[in-house]
Design a protein around this ligand. Structure first.
Ligand code: SRM
Ligand code: SF4
Length: 582
């Protein structure tokens, strides 16, 4: 049953709906296009379907102008996104990804902020062999993108291991339950032939047209909100009982970051807390939430097709009733919870059972050897001796987890040898910085992000150090466009690409991820960012109340109003609101 909201009923479904329906469960002409040696890319239709298989058709945008001049086709490449439910992988899997980055991709490994790996720069001829290797390592790229449930995230901190072990198991169960059932993935990428005689596929949860849009699920374990639970379509907030065991989960629905510049009917939205469920009910609740969105999400206008718009249009009360009627029982009332922060805890943390865990700061999740740094080599050498596991964090960093007391000296020696023991000595600003990929691979980027934020932070470091704020955690995030991949609208300082060298500057989000920011200045030129932030940083240093966070100060000092409505992301504050700005 597909029942789009009333405003869209006059128009036909979006063309992707027909494409999905006619694709024979995500096969389409992908194989044909992969075998077409006349071009380095695939057709637009196949590109849309390939996303469901975790594959993005891209081109190296740095080379576009040169190629055009030479009359050659674009420098086509592919990005493969590898699912890692809960972010946990083994050292052997790490080594496999590390090797693939060199043999099949651009020599770097990207850790995403949804706890997945990305391989960039894979040329067409190497795509199938690369994905086959991924599967050989017992990982996959299925449903890492596309209109399905993506990689299921989970707080990776093992220092709360009694809760963590349970929540991780639940994250994996959700992931298994909501994975597409189509055998197309194995046929196309792994087995190179029809699997098991080609019986018709079935998608009991999704149906032939899958979901109206991408769908993201996450589990948070308070007091850490490292996964930014309110940014996702569906979230589960673990609630501990009096003895520290797992009582159940508050259920959150309708979060999302993406918007388009100057289109006020698109906006970031924080998820609502809808109710409470028991641990044994989580998978069922997830399935029912997904099916309500499957049936009522907008299949006409893709910019209006995320769950956040279904809930904004129809109301949380309606949504909860619809979910409960499918569950056959009522959800409980939400329990009390409190989040402290959204960041990672770097360095060594003692864990339960005598093991310890080291979180490595990896700037913007890019694992590479460059400019006198050997992060990739370091992590390879560690993976060769490590007997615990690796945990990709939601902030694009990496935890070397489960190090025994006996193994710790040699892990420590490797961290020291490659300088990774010092990386977390950076300023509180850098340690809480995050950028999306953007140029040169992202086809949607309007401005630089991953390649620019580190140098901007270096400039801002001088300001925070001068203001005596070296060790103060301030969350700064940048994206190359308003799609919000770096979750910039949840940053105390958010920078969102508008055009080459121009960014919208947002201020005022809560440090613990519970309040969005608001637009402070639109289209700020790169060289005007530091002069704009300098006086605010100085005032914050001199005038803040004890314990007051930068985002809270930006509101109290009148730089922005607390975000309240969608227009807060599109219009600059009026003069009255900024009266106290210097
Ligand atoms: Fe994203 C699209 C990268 C997390 C919202 N995202 C893209 C694409 C695939 C561009 C494209 O469609 O052609 C980017 C690939 C760039 C590249 O070259 O690698 C891209 N997104 C990323 C990653 C790698 C950013 C990072 O540096 O970590 C993250 C991969 C996560 C993963 O492992 O699955 C990533 N993207 C996010 C997040 C954050 C999150 O989920 O916590 C968001 C905001 C939350 C949300 O979904 O609302 C996000 N990405 C988008 C959107 C806007 C969706 C919307 O509702 O409007 C797009 C564009 C789209 O879907 O049309 C997009
Ligand atoms: Fe690309 Fe925009 Fe996402 Fe950055 S925010 S990775 S520029 S889609």
């Amino acid at each position: 049953m597909i029942n789009p909201p009333s405003e869209s009923t006059e128009k036909p479904p979006h063309k992707n709906e027909q494409l999905k329906a006619a694709s024979n469960y995500l096969r389409g002409a992908i194989v044909h296009d992969l075998e077409d040696a006349s071009t380095g890319t695939i057709t637009e239709e196949s590109a849309q379907l390939a996303k469901f298989h975790g594959v993005y058709a891209q081109d190296d945008r740095d080379l576009r102008a040169q190629r055009r001049k030479e009359g050659r086709e674009k420098a086509y490449i592919f990005m493969a996104r590898i699912r890692v439910p809960g972010g946990v992988c083994t050292p052997a899997q790490w080594l496999a990804m590390d090797a693939l980055a060199d043999s099949h991709a651009n020599g770097t490994l990207k850790l995403t902020n949804r706890q997945a790996f990305q391989l960039h720069g894979v040329v067409k001829g190497k795509l199938r062999p690369a994905i086959r290797e991924v599967n050989r390592a017992l990982l996959d790229t299925l449903a890492a993108c596309g209109d399905v449930c993506r990689n299921v995230m989970c707080n990776p901190n093992p220092h709360q291991s009694h809760l963590h072990a349970e929540t991780l198991a639940i994250a994996k169960a959700i992931s298994r339950h909501l994975s597409p059932r189509t055998r197309a993935y194995h046929e196309i990428w792994v087995d190179d032939r029809l699997v098991a005689g080609g019986e018709p596929d079935e998608e009991p949860i999704y149906g032939k047209t899958y979901l109206p849009r991408k769908f993201k699920i996450v589990i948070a374990v308070p007091p850490s909100n490292d996964v930014d639970v309110f940014a996702h379509d569906l979230g589960f907030i673990a609630i501990a009982d009096e003895r520290g065991g797992l009582a159940g989960f508050n259920v959150t629905v309708g979060g999302g970051m993406g918007m388009s510049h100057n289109q006020v009917d698109t906006y970031p939205r924080l998820a609502d807390v809808m109710g409470f469920c028991l641990p044994g009910q989580v998978v069922d609740v997830a399935e029912k939430v997904v099916t309500v969105q499957r049936d009522f999400g907008d299949r006409v206008e893709r910019k209006h097709a995320r769950l956040k718009y279904t809930i904004a249009d129809r109301g949380l009360v309606w949504f909860r009733r619809e979910v409960e009627s499918r569950l056959g029982y009522e959800l409980g009332s939400p329990r009390r919870f409190e989040f402290a922060d959204t960041g990672d805890r770097y360095g060594w943390v003692e864990g339960a059972g005598g093991s310890a865990h080291f979180t490595v700061f990896i700037e913007n999740g890019r694992v590479k050897d460059a400019e006198g740094q050997s992060v990739k080599t370091a992590l390879r050498e560690i993976a060769q001796v490590h007997r615990g596991d690796f945990r990709l964090t939601a902030n694009q960093h990496l935890m070397i987890a489960g190090v025994t007391a006996a193994d710790r000296p040699r892990i420590d020696a490797l961290l020291r040898k490659h300088g990774l023991d010092r990386a977390h000595g950076a300023t509180g600003l850098r340690l809480n910085s995050m950028a999306c990929v953007a140029l040169p691979t992202c086809g949607l980027a309007l401005a630089e992000s991953e390649r620019y934020l580190p140098s901007l932070v270096t400039q801002l470091d001088a300001e925070v150090e001068a203001a005596g704020l070296r060790d103060d955690a301030i969350v700064i995030r940048m994206t190359g466009c308003p799609n919000g991949c770096g979750r910039p609208y949840l940053a105390e300082i958010g920078l969102v690409g508008k055009a080459p060298g121009k960014y919208n500057l947002y201020l005022g989000a809560a440090f613990n991820g519970s309040r969005l920011n608001s637009l402070y200045r639109a289209s700020v030129a790169s060289d005007a960012i530091v002069p704009l932030l300098r006086p605010i940083i100085r005032r914050y240093s001199g005038e803040r109340n004890p314990g007051e966070r930068f985002g809270d100060f930006a509101i109290r000092a009148g730089y922005v109003k607390p975000s309240g409505s969608p227009t807060d992301f599109h219009s600059e504050p009026d003069s009255a609101a900024t009266a106290s700005s210097p």
